[in-house]
Design a protein around this ligand. Structure first.
Ligand code: SF4
Length: 643
């Protein structure tokens, strides 16, 4: 099959060995690449129960068969690993140029295992791997590290991914940053790098990617795909033109109007100063340039600069919507210039802005309630105090004082603070909420968050707009919608393409199938895309079940079940019964039993026989049903209802 480089680089940092293996094309036919193939490799290679920060965990850095080709927004890589934040499956994506460069260097994936006795970075050149010392880089912040590696290699065009101090110090909120302004942000991939004393990866590639039928691909891109881009409607995420002009911050206008914009640690769903940080204000006040990732005509990435005020001169790639919301409304800060500054600081320290924005909002609420004081922190921490936030972020990245706890996320912090603080610690499975507030006006977002394997995640399904067409304050149609939206993303997660770049113009299974066929030469159909989606969702689920996750983990933070104080849902609430109803329906649609365990029939139907066998060895029962947690009549009933 074309599209693939055909090689996987394997690096053992414990014994400093580097080797090159052929790609397993049999697995690639079933799981394609990216998230799918990475999930299969992680499931096969990881010992169940392994400590995410131990030598036994692995970093599987994946591209896909579409990465680096002219296919729309095919510019991502994904880090697959066991998350130190959740103890579960993690796929963390980043754009820019790093992913395509890895393909140009001749690799579909890198598998990094073991732990180095001293800091190192990995150099990937055309079909070659080498481990280089990084003692002189350890302790440096992210921007400086990337510049230093490029300088050392004497090539400005080398693509580099690095960690900052947060990763070195094993913070759960640690990211991996590449091409200066792109981050694999969620779930603590940076801490896994840090635990292996891996400061970064540099990639230089001069090769190409073979495409089976370039003429077919180009005609399709220039015809049907281009028509989608230039059409007025766009997909379910808003119009293409809006996204090109404002980038992801356009979303803030939507979430504030609907009433799901996190405000003051998710207490409210609307911000009374939203106009100061909305899309128009963003474009007017701080955006100085439009940027694009490799091979993307959307150019939704913005480059921003604080032009006035105390943070004048601060610059960053972004901020994205999540950052504007979580370092804006969520901490009651209406200054875009301050958001630019805090975004830059997080990136440089190597902290996830989503997780950190949550932690800051949570800690501010703890402070406002008197659960912690200035004696605990060394300073006051009122909502909106940007200088104090900056101090807190430094403490987190360097694990100083209370920052040592906060760096591990709101779940750990709530356990440490106690006093019912878990009721307003906004996380699922340990991963902090993205900047959407599930509740009565968006039960579907509640379901989308609850079923996501990596914890609270908006990159599985994004029902914010589509849900508005369904009966309000109801569960009706949500399970079907969330499954459909979730599944639509999977071919692109395997590609590996940018969600925004394909979802905004409304590219779905049909477009994915056509482009996969043109690139690889293997004819696939939209039905194959559906099968791929079901297969990938199910193997990710099996990984989590093996690690001990159960239906109980598919829930929401307690605050999401509280009645709304303001906005379109005022006085209404999302109940636990509503979530249970949606979960039952969702599991059934997936062919999972009432505990969310895939049935034996489902595994076989999805060609996951080997997975079924491994699950059986661990005590799960495949064939006429994997039935953990359900017994006798109830189990048989679940089987019937689930079909
Ligand atoms: S849509 Fe935006 S983030 Fe996605 S690839 Fe294009 S420029 Fe990058």
């Amino acid at each position: 099959m074309e599209g693939y480089a055909g090689r996987i680089g394997r690096v053992n940092l414990s014994n400093r060995s580097c080797s090159i293996e052929p790609l397993n094309y049999e697995d690639a036919r079933l799981f394609y690449g990216g998230r799918g193939l990475g999930a299969k490799m992680l499931f096969d290679e990881l010992q169940p129960g392994v400590d995410p920060l131990s030598p036994g965990n692995k970093i599987i850095l994946m591209t896909g068969p579409l990465t680096g080709t002219p296919v729309t927004a095919a510019n991502r890589y994904v880090i697959i690993t066991k998350s130190p934040q959740t103890g579960l499956f993690l796929d963390s994506y980043a754009g820019g140029w790093f992913g395509p460069e890895l393909k140009f260097a001749g690799f579909d994936a890198l598998v990094i295992e073991g732990v180095s006795p001293h800091p190192v970075y990995l150099l990937v050149e055309d079909n070659r791997l080498s481990i280089r010392p990084a003692g002189h880089l350890w302790g440096k912040r992210a921007y400086e590290t990337e510049t230093a590696i490029k300088k050392e290699l004497g090539d400005e065009d080398t693509r580099v991914a690095v960690i900052g101090p947060a990763g070195e110090n094993l913070a759960n909120l640690a990211i991996v940053q590449n091409d200066y302004f792109h981050q694999a942000g969620r779930g603590g991939a940076g801490a896994v790098f840090g635990s292996k004393r891996l400061k970064g990866i540099a990639v230089k590639g001069t090769g190409g990617i073979k495409i089976n039928n370039p003429a077919r691909l180009v005609a399709y891109l220039a015809g049907p795909v281009e028509n989608k881009f230039s059409g007025t409607g766009g997909g379910l995420l808003g119009s293409v033109a809006d996204r090109m002009k404002y980038g992801t911050p356009f979303t803030l206008n939507i979430t504030n109007a609907i009433g799901i914009l996190p405000t003051r640690n998710f207490f409210y769903g609307q911000y009374d100063r939203a106009e100061e940080i909305n899309a128009e204000a963003f474009r007017r006040k701080v955006v100085v340039a439009d940027k694009s990732c490799y091979a993307c005509s959307m150019a939704c990435t913005k480059f921003s600069r604080a032009r006035t005020g105390p943070y004048k001169g601060a610059e960053v790639g972004g901020p994205e919507y999540e950052t504007n919301a979580l370092f804006g409304a969520n901490i009651d800060n209406p200054s875009l210039e301050a958001i630019v500054y805090l975004n830059r600081l997080c990136d440089d320290l190597g902290l996830d802005t989503v997780g950190a924005g949550n932690v800051v909002g949570f800690t501010m609420e703890c402070y406002a309630r008197g659960l912690i004081t200035s004696n605990d922190l060394g300073f006051t921490l009122n909502f909106g105090d940007v200088a104090a936030v900056a101090e807190l972020l430094e403490m987190m990245a360097y694990r100083k004082g209370l920052g040592d706890i906060l760096a591990q996320g709101v779940r750990t912090a709530a356990r440490y603070f106690g006093q019912n603080s878990e009721t307003f610690a906004m996380h699922i499975k340990g991963l902090e909420y993205p900047a959407y507030r599930p509740g009565p006006v968006s039960p579907g977002f509640g379901l989308a968050y609850a079923i996501a394997e990596r914890g609270a995640c908006h990159r599985r399904a994004w029902p914010a707009l589509a849900e508005q067409q369904l009966p309000p304050f109801s569960t009706a149609g949500r399970a079907q919608l969330v499954k459909m939206l979730y599944d639509q993303r999977i071919p692109w997660h395997c590609g590996v393409n940018c969600d925004i770049g394909v979802q905004v113009p409304g590219l779905g299974f049909a477009e994915a199938a056509e482009m996969y066929s043109a690139v690889t030469g293997r004819e696939v159909t939209p039905a194959d895309m559906q099968l791929l989606a079901d297969r990938v969702a199910t193997i990710c689920r099996c990984f989590n079940l093996r690690e001990g996750a159960t239906r109980k983990d598919d829930t929401l933070a307690p605050r999401s079940f509280m009645p709304e104080e303001i906005g379109p849902g005022k006085g209404k609430s999302l109940s636990k019964d509503m979530l249970d109803t949606m979960l039952d329906e969702y599991y059934a649609l997936r062919g999972w039993d009432r505990e969310g365990v895939p049935t034996g029939e489902t595994l076989v139907k999805l060609s996951l026989d080997a997975v079924a066998e491994k699950m059986a060895q661990l005590g799960f029962k495949p064939a006429r049903g994997i039935n953990q947690g359900i017994k006798g009549e109830e189990y048989r009933g679940a089987q019937i209802n689930g079909r």
